[in-house]
Design a protein around this ligand. Sequence first.
Ligand code: ADP
Ligand code: ADP
Length: 231
Amino acid sequence: APDIRIEDLTIGYDNTPVVNNINATLPGGGITVILGGSGCGKSTLLKNILRLNTPLGGSVFLGKHNILTLKRKPFRCLKQRIGVLFQDGALLGSLNLFDNVALPLREHTRLKTAEISNVVKAKLSLVGLEDFVDYFPNELSGGMRKRAGLARAMVMDPDILFCDEPTSGLDPINSAELDELLLELKERFDMTIVVVSHDLASMKTIADHVLVLGDGKALFEGSKDSLLATE
Ligand code: ADP
Ligand code: ADP
């Protein structure tokens, strides 16, 4: 899986910077936790990497591609290699789990019904929800909804997985389960995983690499071991 290289990136809104001049390399095949308090710019950084917002300056490289300057069509292709677990899971309430997870396959592939069914069931079983295909989001616990969102983020076999506050709103037991699941996915699949979090315990469990945002800048970037050694 590719490294994500962030170079001199300044992000913000309406020409007002939120975080200035970020430089970081998020290692391929590992889990990077982007850590920082509420309002420090973590979600904004994620949105800029996904081109949902336009940065005020700088570059983001995925392998050799600068994703910020790629033309629309190649960027659309590249985005299919990126899975995103949104903060609220972003499941559609009107669809059951099967159809929620099948959505990206129906939108982006020409797989036949039986093949879609196999992939969806495999992904739901990856997150322990194989017995819940017929359930609707409001019939599931918060932890299950997060895991369902993760199954959907994984359904296209992404090279890159972004998770926005995956443990937010979960009790300690469900949080620990989600952390375990992310570690398991890292072991099994070759993915670059980026987790936005303000959860120190979770960071200590899952991170290989850490980018700390605060005071309008990157306060730290490096391995988790080097961060914990400076405490
Ligand atoms: P975090 O994810 O770390 O909690 P955000 O990236 O959501 O932080 O927000 C960073 C800053 O940008 C905050 O001061 C927030 O008020 C501001 N902000 C977020 N979204 C917008 C927006 N759409 N327009 C203007 N300012 C915004
Ligand atoms: P094998 O190669 O023995 O089939 P893998 O662990 O490589 O085992 O793949 C098992 C399943 O996981 C396959 O259905 C494959 O499509 C899927 N898979 C492989 N890579 C990823 C990925 N990055 N994200 C999600 N699913 C994946």
